[in-house]
Design a protein around this ligand. Structure first.
Ligand code: ADP
Length: 553
């Protein structure tokens, strides 16, 4: 999986988990909150309704209830509206506060201040007359208390508190005895006594005497007790923060912390291979060229690790090559140097007499050292890609002929027949001098390793898209085991003999580099004792790219 895709997926996982957890916590707390606020609202409505109902029962009238409603509305930050069953408004807190009416929500709650008589029918079944008397008595006491309380309320006084008696009728602890209101209460009772009596007595003929008595009580109470009201409430001025509350904020905080931890873990996981790469680069920079990193995965980081290892290998290889090269150079120069030094010391000590031959030999040794150094410089430049090439279009067939002519004298001197078969033109594009150096090296080697009486043939011919030059000799050849090494620097089949002939052991290495720089190939086939064939192939170009030859060899 690619590094980019991995980063994307891991980040996505963190984001999805964080979002999911936030949503889950929010919904859960929201549901709890709504549930709780619904319960509270129900309890709240019941509390307000109870307070209002208690007022009606204690005062026997709704007169003066507005003060209580104003208080309740202020305490609850809510609009409270009381409407009778005919739709007339008894009291509205927003009207009282002289503010714009807020909308009411939900269904109204019925507030009925009229008490219902609770009688056990079995009791009634036993003694009917006693039951009648009991109902009349309760009715009389309730009417007196109710009229008395209403009278006190009208006069601006507080009526005594009431509590339900054994039959559920709210009554004060004591009967009203003195004062104007007590008189009013007794008068009202006396006035209604006959009516009450009739209503109760009518129940004697009823099928269900008990139920009839309860009904009669209710009917009589309706004539003096305060009417039922409907309670409407406006919305509470809750804000969102109250609704969300502390638990939700806590949940969001927890999810945030979890996301941060998750992202940190993901980042750590992703950064691990990069950290190990950084550490490895530092080690490499400190000179530990054998440093490698683990290459797991096919993603970008894996690719980076593999590139790092390739780079480290190249560096290590380059260093080894450099070390080998230095060792080779030291080795190659030491022998001619030692020869020169030995002769000079012998001359100094008078052990050897100075002679023309000796100086000629010393001259040869110094020339060899210079050639080694020149070749080394060429090779170093070529391998670093700094060898300057002056490229032109020229005929390779002509170059072959030029090389043949240049080496004729040496060939004749060595008793070797040197011939050329060149089917031109073979237009190539490259540095004529450097390619002549390559051919010269091949021809020199061929003449060098061919005994008198042998032959060296140069051939130039075309192949599809390529121009080929072959240098074929009938010399000593190269052993199959040695063939892979001929292009290696300082390699010689027979170091002693080659030194004799003035070879640096770098000629073929330089030749190969020059040919490679011309996008060509160089290869060798050889049979020991029969001869060798060196073959150079170069890309052929159009004849129109040929430029006039710069001069004769
Ligand atoms: P040198 O300058 O010593 O000739 P080269 O790099 O040109 O070095 O050649 C490397 C070695 O390859 C030679 O020392 C020789 O042993 C072998 N070699 C090259 N050309 C021929 C050839 N035509 N026949 C036999 N051996 C050859």
């Amino acid at each position: 999986m690619s590094f980019r895709l991995r980063v994307f997926l891991l980040t996505l996982v963190v984001a999805v988990v964080a979002t999911g957890a936030t949503a889950w916590f929010s919904l859960r707390f929201m549901a709890q909150q709504i549930d709780r606020s619904q319960q509270e609202a129900t309890r709240h409505v019941a509390d307000i309704a109870d307070t209002v109902r208690a007022y009606g029962r204690r005062h026997g009238t709704w007169a003066g209830v507005s003060e209580r409603v104003r208080q309740l509305s202020a305490d609850n930050h809510q609009r409270i509206r009381l409407v009778n069953l005919n739709g007339q408004v008894t009291v509205d807190s927003d009207n009282l506060a002289k503010r714009a009416a807020r909308p009411v929500v939900g269904t109204p709650t019925l507030i009925n201040p009229r008490p219902a008589l609770s009688l056990d029918p079995r009791q009634l079944g036993l003694i009917a007359a006693k039951a009648d008397g009991l109902v009349l008595d309760e009715l009389a006491r309730y009417r007196r208390a109710s009229v008395y309380a209403r009278c006190l309320t009208d006069m601006g006084q507080d009526p005594p508190p009431v509590a339900p008696d054994a039959y559920g009728i709210p009554l004060p602890a004591t009967e009203p005895e003195h004062g104007e209101c007590a008189v009013q209460a007794r008068d009202a009772q006396e006035y209604a006594q006959a009516d009450d009596s009739t209503a109760v007595t009518n129940c004697r003929s009823a099928a269900d005497h008990g139920a009839c008595l309860v009904q009669a009580f209710g009917n009589q109470v309706e004539t003096f007790a305060p009417e039922p009201l409907q309670l409407f409430l406006g919305a509470v001025d809750d804000d969102a923060v109250t609704l969300l509350g502390r638990p939700t904020a806590g949940a969001i905080g927890a999810v945030l912390v979890l996301s941060v931890i998750g992202t940190a873990l993901v980042a750590r996981q992703l950064a691990r291979p990069l950290r190990s790469l950084t550490a490895a680069s530092r080690r490499l920079a400190d000179g530990h060229l054998d440093t490698r990193v683990a290459t797991t995965g096919r993603d970008e980081v894996g690719e980076l690790s593999r590139s790092f290892n390739r780079m480290a290998e190249a560096l290590e290889g380059a260093e080894t090559a450099q070390r080998r090269m230095l060792a080779g150079v030291a080795h190659e120069l030491r022998t001619p140097m030692s020869n020169v030094l030995g002769y000079l010391e012998a001359l100094q000590d008078g052990v050897v007499p100075p002679s023309r031959e000796l100086f000629s030999s010393l001259h040869e040794e110094v020339l060899l050292q210079r050639r080694i150094l020149d070749d080394l410089q060429d090779l170093t430049l070529a391998e670093a890609g700094h060898l300057a090439y002056r490229r032109t279009g020229f005929d390779l067939a002509e170059l072959v002929e030029v090389s043949r002519v240049a080496h004729l004298a040496v060939a004749e001197h060595g008793g070797v027949r040197l011939t050329a078969e060149a089917a031109g033109p073979l237009p190539v594009h490259g540095d004529q001098d450097r390619l002549r150096q390559v051919l010269g090296n091949l021809v020199t080697n061929a003449l060098r390793y061919t005994d008198p009486g042998g032959a060296v043939v140069l051939r130039a011919f075309p192949l599809p898209g390529r121009a080929v030059v072959e240098v074929r000799d009938t010399g000593c050849g190269i052993a199959p085991a040695d063939l892979p090494f001929v292009f290696q620097r300082f390699w010689r089949a027979d170091p002693a003999r080659d030194r004799e002939t003035g070879g640096s052991g770098l000629g073929l290495t330089i030749a190969r580099q020059i040919v490679l720089d011309h996008d060509g190939t160089i290869e060798v086939t050889s049979t020991q004792g029969e001869g060798s064939v060196f073959r150079v192939t170069l890309p052929i170009v159009g004849a129109e790219r040929l430029t006039p030859r710069r001069g004769s060899p």
